[in-house]
Write a protein that binds this ligand. Structure first.
Ligand code: A2H
Length: 269
């Protein structure tokens, strides 16, 4: 950090028709209805595009502020923080064209609190689960990336403890009107094996360091640093067309494939 811009990959997770009859989804239902020809995406920022096979949900900050932004270059709508929408509007999409026709201008169609995005059904690219849901993550910083985080509990310790807290504590999910079917069925998907860490390194590290809560900051940082480094250097893909390749080899290939397939875009900040 602090040395030049950080490259993030924004994953395009499609927002599906709300399916739980929750009143907090009325605004999203209207947005989808008013723009039948544009797909609406949650766009989490990730450093690990090769882990998208293991997505189990998408996270937002319940008290965060998000907007639905028109993206001219792709004729789509991205759900992200206002800050990141401004940033994206100053960046190029595929070589010679900007994300928005007018450089630096972002058009917000609707605003949402994170609460209003919780419990939305989603279709995440490459994920083994057909449909996943938006869940709360209280440690999201709205000053980083898009304020949206995709959850890969097999390889991200933060994601694992937060998903597990929701799965293990009915009163915690009830507090956010998250129903059982939005969390309980979503088991960790093993996607990368690391010698000495098994095939779900985040689970291994959280158990080894006895991390019990998303608030165990110091231990989580240790778990994150170790799994991130080991995953990249000695991890081997266990799933998808690049199964058997080292993570360091597969990562740039999968990133480019997702960009070429319209499943992801690059974002710098
Ligand atoms: B990563 P860096 Cl599998 N607030 O993606 C909190 N966390 C955020 C965020 C925000 N506003 N925006 C992005 N992130 C998370 C995958 C992943 C990530 C794996 C393993 C490690 C990992 C799946 N979640 O990150 O501070 C996103 O989670 C380890 C650091 O810019 C993003 O990549 O370095 C990463 O943090 C970006 O963190």
């Amino acid at each position: 950090e602090g040395v030049g811009p950080q490259e993030y990959v924004l994953i395009k997770i499609k927002v599906l028709e709300p399916d739980h009859g929750q009143a907090r989804h009325d605004k999203m239902a209207k947005l989808l209805k008013d723009h039948p020809n544009r797909t609406v995406y949650m766009v989490p920022a990730t450093l690990r595009p090769e882990t998208m096979y293991g997505q189990t949900n998408c996270f937002v900050l319940p008290s965060g502020e998000y907007g639905a932004y028109l993206i001219d270059a792709t004729d789509e709508i991205f759900i992200m923080s206002a800050r990141s929408a401004r940033g994206l509007a100053c960046q190029v999409y595929k070589g010679n064209e900007y994300f928005n026709k007018e450089f630096g201008k972002s058009t917000c169609l609707e605003t949402f609190s994170g609460d209003e995005l919780l419990g939305l059904p989603l279709k995440a690219p490459l994920a083994t689960y057909e449909k996943v849901y938006t869940l709360p993550l209280l440690t999201i910083s709205m000053d980083k990336g898009t304020g949206v985080v995709t959850s890969v509990p097999s390889d991200a310790p933060d994601d694992y403890v937060s998903l597990k807290a929701l799965q293990d504590k009915p009163e915690f999910r009830a507090k956010f009107d998250i129903t059982d079917d939005m969390v309980v069925p979503f088991e960790v998907v093993p996607i990368i094996s690391i010698e000495g860490y098994g095939d779900a390194s985040a689970v291994f590290m959280c158990e080894k360091l006895k991390i019990k809560s998303p608030n165990d900051k110091a231990k989580l940082t240790q778990a994150k640093d170790e799994t991130y480094l080991k995953g990249f250097t000695i991890g081997v893909m266990q799933i998808g067309p690049h199964k058997g390749k080292k993570v360091s080899e597969a990562k740039p290939i999968i990133k480019q494939e997702m960009i070429d397939a319209g499943q992801a875009v690059l974002y710098f900040e």
